[in-house]
Design a protein around this ligand. Structure first.
Ligand code: AMP
Length: 491
């Protein structure tokens, strides 16, 4: 097995690695560091969680240790798709350069231009940036890229998803032809292949096994849950979530709770807080400073529960997460692998528990096909007292107004025919397709209709609209209600 000491890294870097507690290089590090140190271009095909950040940072700082920074001309450049990832690379850089005198600047949205300008003016060894912000600085004449000797592109496939490829091409063309390029992507889409063929020169290709399978260090489970009533699904799922958290007890040091929709991220975080849990949401609609604050709190242990959407959490390196709860079954099977990969990292043990409602069973089957194993079924926690839990939830959470609105929409005969929660609990027969799709759309109001997933389900999207119309029509009060109301007033 390769050791860090075999890799020709600067002794000061080796010291920092030892202090970080790393014993041996990960496969991507063992594969990428030697060619990078020889000055070769590297094409690394690896995902987060594999140690890829160190696989470019360690050789980069070893090489940079030999020269000096010049004003306004950074000697190296790291491009990351999101602010969070850029900030994360910057943190890695600080960890590994702690015994060296290398300087860095971070160019990301939400951080003041002035401060970063001052740093760049003085000269930095490493510039870490998101593509748009970098080009802003360049166009303002604050920066010269002609001194870049090493350029890193991190998470290129996400750059592609986010539409940054033209920016990346532009940035490549602004740096010297002689630069060394270290290029990382989790997948090799044709567009990525094209970029690497254009801008990399005879790269060493290092590929580590794709995380199509989940880590052995993660204990997995799924609770098959069916709400007592469609309109109570949200609140009852949140009750199940709380029960699952409680069932873990102290073993649940901290957790990321994933929801499919941004609205549910907010609702779930709010609901958990109401019940006394230390929780905060993170998704793309929150402003940068808020997201950073939440993430910092989660990293340093002052925040125990991070409720997140896939986009906000993907690629985030948060070491030491004991649990992942999937409040929803992700509709893309690969997202499951990403989500639960937040725990059980770097050899540590982790646990991932998911809640699956009947209409998500197809997505669960897709996940099991992808990871080539069955996710063990867990009993529904607290299944014996659905009524008590419901009553409690209705009292305390925001469900109240929703429930009263739903009730007013119901035809009297529906109410009469609605089975009691107990009756439903006792007969968990699968619902018909129509039956199951309805509550989903009820829950899916708000911004989530904009998501790709919402769009991809054409038929359902229509039923959501219809559903919304019905909600709107609730303003037209059925005559029998209006009548009794008037009568009551008169009386
Ligand atoms: P990354 O894939 O770069 O996001 O890294 C994933 C996690 O692995 C980070 O928390 C790193 O600090 C950690 N890590 C990186 N290299 C090693 C190593 N050689 N041994 C143990 N942990 C590592």
């Amino acid at each position: 097995m390769t050791k860090f000491t075999d890799l020709n890294l600067d002794p000061k870097v080796l010291k920092a690695i030892a202090e970080a507690g790393y014993e041996s290089p990960t496969p991507i590090q063992a594969g990428a560091i030697p060619p990078a140190l020889e000055g070769k271009d590297v094409l690394g095909i690896a995902q987060t969680g594999t140690g890829k950040t160190a696989s470019f940072t360690l050789p980069m700082i070893t090489l940079l240790g030999k020269g000096r920074a010049r004003a306004r001309m950074p000697r190296s450049l790291v491009l990351a798709p999101t602010r969070e990832l850029a900030a994360q690379v910057a943190e890695n850089f600080d960890t590994y350069t702690k015994h060296m005198k290398l300087t860095k600047a971070l160019l990301i949205g939400g951080v003041s231009f002035k401060e970063q300008d001052a740093l760049i003016d003085r000269g930095v060894d490493v510039l870490i940036a998101t593509p748009g912000r970098l080009l802003d600085h360049f166009e303002r004449g604050k920066l010269l890229l002609t001194g870049v000797q090493i350029m890193v592109v991190d998470e290129a496939d996400r750059m592609l998803d986010m539409g940054f490829i033209p920016d990346i091409e532009k940035i490549f063309s602004l740096t010297p032809f002689t630069r060394q390029t270290l290029f990382f992507s989790a997948t090799m889409a044709p567009e990525i292949e094209r970029i690497t063929n254009t801008f990399l020169s005879a790269p060493a290709r290092v590929e580590v096994a794709r995380q199509a399978t989940t880590s052995e260090t993660i204990e997995q489970g799924v609770v098959m849950f069916k709400a007592s009533r469609k309109d109570r699904e949200g609140s009852e799922k949140r009750r199940v979530l709380r029960d699952l958290i409680e069932a873990e007890g102290k073993a649940c040091k901290n957790a990321i709770i994933f929801c499919n929709r941004k609205t549910d991220v907010d609702i779930t975080a709010k609901s958990l807080k109401k019940y006394g849990y230390d929780a905060a949401p993170i998704h793309g609609d929150l402003d940068q400073s808020q997201r950073m604050k939440t993430l910092d709190g989660f990293r340093d242990g002052t925040l125990r529960f991070l409720v997140a959407s896939d986009v906000a959490a993907r690629g985030l390196d948060i070491p030491d997460v004991s649990h992942v709860f999937n409040f929803d079954v992700p509709s893309h099977a690969e997202d499951y692998v990403h989500r639960i990969g937040r725990t059980g990292r770097a050899g540590k043990n982790g646990k991932a528990v998911m809640i699956c409602v009947p209409r998500d069973e197809k997505n669960l089957a897709d996940i099991e096909r992808l990871v080539e194993r069955e996710v063990p079924r867990l009993p529904v926690p607290g299944a014996s007292q659905p009524e008590a839990a419901e009553a409690q939830d209705a009292e305390k959470t925001e469900e109240k107004p929703k429930r009263s609105r739903n009730r007013s929409r119901k035809k009297p005969e529906d109410q009469a025919n609605a089975p009691s929660p107990q009756a439903k609990e006792e007969s968990p027969a699968p619902q018909s397709k129509d039956d199951t799709s309805e509550p989903a759309e009820e829950a899916k109001s708000g911004d989530e209709g904009k998501s790709d997933r919402g769009r991809s389900r054409g038929g359902r999207g229509r039923s959501r609209q219809d559903d919304n119309k019905v909600v709107g029509m609730g303003d037209h009060m059925p005559s029998f209600i209006a009548l009794s109301f008037e009568q009551r007033r008169a009386g």
